[in-house]
Design a binder for this molecule. Structure first.
Ligand code: HEM
Length: 420
């Protein structure tokens, strides 16, 4: 069997590190609500409330200053003097990820490298491109529902919200039909790393899928160099030819789009359907007027954000909300909490697709790292929910669902539904 660290002993030590990390944290730092959050809970909202009561900047024993307020959160995310990486050039949690061969690409970069790589990916997300993708998103949505109807027994995540973003990003990158199965198989494993690595088996699976995925893209880049097409890989291959990006950066960006775009979009669709079915009057409003799709998407992002936190690192000592913050101390914006800030949102725990006149949620973060995929995710969410409402207006719960208990991602793992 292949190893993760390069030796059996290394694997043993790495596995032990993953195994003891959580219980150790639990034992040493008991009574810290942010630690409790990091250890994973089904419903983080009670912990958000406790942290909120600790003031605008809650000092956690996990060497983090935690923000729950919308106004301060926005300021921190937009502050250009704050960084993604520590002064040693590594983003939080990066050392663990590097052990399995993933460096996070654009997600873990500060300017000027961040600016250069982001510029390369940008052509894939222009309004013209998003309008073009819309047609294929509609087609894929119908194909997935046709398939689910033939198969019988509908699980929203397995049959619809899970495969959709993988197909869409495959299209965007230019993965040919003949490689869809390979892209899907390895992409699913790669996408799951967004939650972090918690076991040696997971590390092993990721490392294997990641190396297979990179092979696939190395082949695709070679093919596009010879015969460019209208896709992102062709744009990246041309940039490589002009020395704007290294081979490593190029492949890392392709893998990062899977990590950032799969699980998040899946959970936007899953969390949206869950909120609509738990609030039947809102589902009815949407059935009566499917043009409310974009509003359903925005309210889902606010009410049950798929991404729960974003971190910034100061490289100079400074004052934030009346507290001294040291160099390299993490400022963690709890996006899920900021989106329920009672100072900013009326009745924040109510799901209301007709909300108006309130500030934007922070679910796509802010500033120079504002989610580059936001226009794609918004369009996909709109189309996916609309097609579902049109084809399955009698949608209802059909059995127990399983929620993730992750501090990073909010969503369902299984979501059985019936449509008759
Ligand atoms: C509902 C769906 C999505 C959510 C909630 C989401 C959320 C986020 C958040 C919170 C960040 C910023 C992290 C930070 O500030 O440190 C981010 C960045 C990013 N997202 Fe998304 N995302 C979604 C969909 C997508 C999609 C579909 C793609 C691509 C196909 C994508 C690609 C990226 C990339 C490349 C970055 C890094 C941007 C940068 O650092 O400049 N995301 N996303």
């Amino acid at each position: 069997m292949s190893t993760v660290t390069g030796s059996r002993l290394g694997d043993l030590l790495f596995g032990a590190q993953l195994k003891v990390g959580r219980p150790l944290m639990k034992a040493v730092m008991r009574g810290d609500p942010y630690i409790d959050l990091l250890l994973g809970v089904q419903d983080p909202r009670p912990l958000y409330d406790i942290i909120r009561k600790g003031g605008p900047l809650y000092r956690s024993k996990a060497n983090a200053l935690v923000v729950t307020g919308h106004t301060l959160g926005t300021e921190i995310l937009r502050d250009r003097s704050l960084n993604i990486c520590h002064t040693n050039g590594k983003a939080p949690g990066m050392q663990l990820m590097e052990r399995v061969g993933w460096d996070g690409s654009i997600l873990n970069l500060d300017p000027p490298d961040h600016t250069r790589i982001r510029r390369l990916a940008q052509p894939a997300f222009t309004p013209r491109k998003i309008a073009e993708y819309r047609v294929s998103v509609e087609r894929v949505c119908h194909e997935l529902l046709d398939k689910a109807e033939r198969r019988g027994g509908f699980d929203l995540i397995r049959d619809y919200a899970g495969p959709l973003p993988i197909a869409v990003i495959g299209d965007m990158l230019g993965v040919p039909e003949s490689e869809h199965e390979r892209f899907y198989r390895h992409g699913r494993v790669i996408g799951s790393i967004i939650d972090g690595i918690t076991s040696l088996d997971m590390a092993r699976d990721f490392k294997h899928a990641h190396s297979e995925y990179l092979k696939l893209f190395a082949e695709l880049i070679e093919a596009r160099r010879a015969a460019p097409a209208d896709d992102l890989v062709s744009v990246l291959a041309a940039a490589h030819g002009e020395d704007k990006v290294t081979e490593h950066e190029l492949l890392a960006l392709c893998a990062t789009l899977a990590v950032t775009g799969f699980e998040t979009t899946t959970n936007l669709i899953g969390n949206g359907v869950l909120a609509l079915l738990e609030n039947p009057e809102q589902w009815q409003l949407f059935l009566d007027d499917p043009d409310l799709g974009p509003k359903v998407v925005e309210e889902t992002l606010r009410y049950d954000s798929p991404a729960l936190q974003a971190t910034r690192i100061p490289h100079e000592e400074r004052e934030v909300a009346g507290q001294r913050v040291k160099v390299d101390e993490a400022l963690v914006v709890l996006v899920g909490a900021a989106n329920h800030d009672p100072e900013v949102y009326r009745d924040p725990d109510r799901f209301d697709i007709l909300r108006e006149g309130e500030p934007d949620h922070l679910s796509f973060s802010g500033g120079i790292h504002f989610c580059i995929g936001a226009p794609l995710a918004r369009m996909e969410g709109d189309v996916a929910l609309r097609v579902l409402a049109e084809r399955m207006p009698k949608l209802r719960f059909d059995g127990p669902r399983r929620r993730r208990s992750s501090p990073v991602i909010s969503g369902l793992e299984t979501f059985p539904l019936a449509a008759d």
